[in-house]
Design a protein around this ligand. Structure first.
Ligand code: URA
Length: 183
């Protein structure tokens, strides 16, 4: 599938039960040839309304974090989620939903061919790495997904509730920046 076909597939997808309960699909946003790919969990209420990932409060924090490492949404950065549809009430994604939707993200990654992937939060990290390890144990290492270096960090929504961990996220971003510069 090329970009046009993949976008059409996601827009018309009814492979799992989420589409029936969400407002719209949220495909992803940014530079389709970006060096950086950021992966979150699933659209929340704001994202469902606007049709773009990370536009709510967590998204504003993400934009500030990107700016701190001289990056910006859409400028050499692509942002996507594991799930393209909002789970009702922002509940956690269920395994069958992840299994059905993850191939869309996989194809996005094949098309973008990023130099670095930042997996934000447990669902993104566990889905991409096929692991059930904790964020704490996955952080600070360079993993690989389809041969692309992958760094695990906290989800911005978690950081909003746990401000002291922002310094760890900062360290993760610096590690990602260093690895991206080496590619
Ligand atoms: N949380 C996510 O994981 N993704 C979004 O797009 C918004 C909030």
């Amino acid at each position: 599938m090329n970009w046009v076909q993949l976008k059409a597939k996601v827009a018309g997808c009814t492979d799992c039960k989420l589409r029936a309960g969400c407002g719209q699909t949220v495909f992803g946003v940014g530079d389709e040839k970006a060096r950086w790919l950021l992966v979150g969990e699933a659209p929340g209420a704001e994202e469902d309304r606007v049709g773009e990932p990370f536009v709510g409060q967590a998204g504003r924090l993400l934009d500030h974090m990107l700016a701190a490492v001289e990056l910006a949404r859409g400028r050499n950065v692509y942002i996507a989620n594991v799930l393209k549809c909002r789970p009702p009430g922002n509940r956690n994604p269920e395994p069958d939903e992840v299994a059905k939707c993850a191939p869309h993200l996989r194809r996005q990654i094949e098309l973008i061919q990023p130099k670095i992937i930042l997996a934000m939060g447990r669902f993104a990290a566990q889905t991409l790495l096929g692991s059930d390890a904790t964020i704490a144990s996955l952080r600070g290492k360079v993993h690989r997904y389809m041969d692309v270096p992958l760094i695990v960090t906290y989800h911005p929504a978690y950081l909003l509730r746990n401000l002291p961990d922002k310094s760890k996220s900062w360290a993760d971003l610096l590690l990602a920046k260093k690895v991206a510069a080496e590619c």
